[in-house]
Design a protein around this ligand. Structure first.
Ligand SMILES: [Zn+2]
Length: 41
């Protein structure tokens, strides 16, 4: 797949909206995650 998919799988991009899911000071979590905007409980 493309770079976008890879960045989502690494947790860099949100797996819901595709926006940035980490700040520049954070490390790649290595797994898919959602950004603050999409995170709801
Ligand atoms: Zn999002």
């Amino acid at each position: 797949m493309g770079d976008i998919t890879e960045m989502i799988m690494e947790g860099i991009l949100c797996d819901v909206c595709g926006g940035l899911a980490i700040t520049e000071n954070e490390q790649e979590p290595g797994h898919p995650q959602t950004c603050e905007d999409c995170e709801e409980d």
